[in-house]
Design a protein around this ligand. Structure first.
Ligand SMILES: Cc1cc2nc3c(=O)[nH]c(=O)nc-3n(C[C@H](O)[C@H](O)[C@H](O)COP(=O)(O)O)c2cc1C
Length: 159
């Protein structure tokens, strides 16, 4: 079983948004190969309408180019990107997304896919805690984007 197959199997009824792409990072890629229902709900679109598109469809006026450049460089280097982006839903409404994107490696070390765990966050009220992560909190209950269960699967080189 490849990492992609495994992710697809456990993502199905996960409550966090999960999206898998190919490794073509320059336009028209990366291409979405899989998204779970929670991801469809997050981005306000039917999953079938997302497949085959690049995640760029979520971008809009207030999406920061600087953050996208950081994202691009992480993908190009085969590294994890964990950050906060302004995304737009199908109805045009915007939301702040916490994105934890990681490469999936084949047994020979080659990167086969990228997977991102995504959820909506809101700005914390009051004084920010240390770092960008301290400025936002998830709208749902879990404090950890990547659950311990997933971490323990050992799929990711950078935990
Ligand atoms: C798995 C995955 C999920 C992504 N999710 C988002 C997202 O939610 N919002 C977004 O603006 N970009 C997202 N991206 C990043 C864009 O696809 C693209 O890589 C980014 O715009 C930087 O590349 P560019 O400089 O060519 O635009 C995602 C990329 C991958 C691989």
């Amino acid at each position: 079983m490849t990492a992609f197959e495994l992710i697809r199997a456990f993502s199905h009824d996960a409550t966090i948004g999960i999206v898998v792409t190919d490794t073509m990072i320059t336009p028209p890629g990366p291409t979405i190969l899989y998204a779970n229902e929670a991801f469809g709900r997050l981005v306000g679109r039917a999953v079938v309408d997302i497949l085959g598109h690049s995640p760029r469809f979520m971008q809009g006026k207030e999406t920061r180019r600087e953050t996208l450049d950081t994202f691009h460089h992480a993908l190009a280097a085969g590294e994890r990107f964990h950050g906060y982006l302004t995304n737009y839903r199908g109805d045009g409404s915007k939301y702040r997304a916490e994105v934890d994107c990681r490469p999936l490696h084949a047994t020979d070390g080659r990167i086969e896919n990228f997977v991102a765990f995504e959820r909506e966050v809101i700005r914390r009220i009051g004084r920010p805690v240390e770092g960008a992560g301290g400025r936002y909190e998830p709208i749902s209950v879990s404090n950890d984007l990547l659950t311990d269960g997933l971490r323990n699967l050992g799929l990711f080189q950078h935990a």
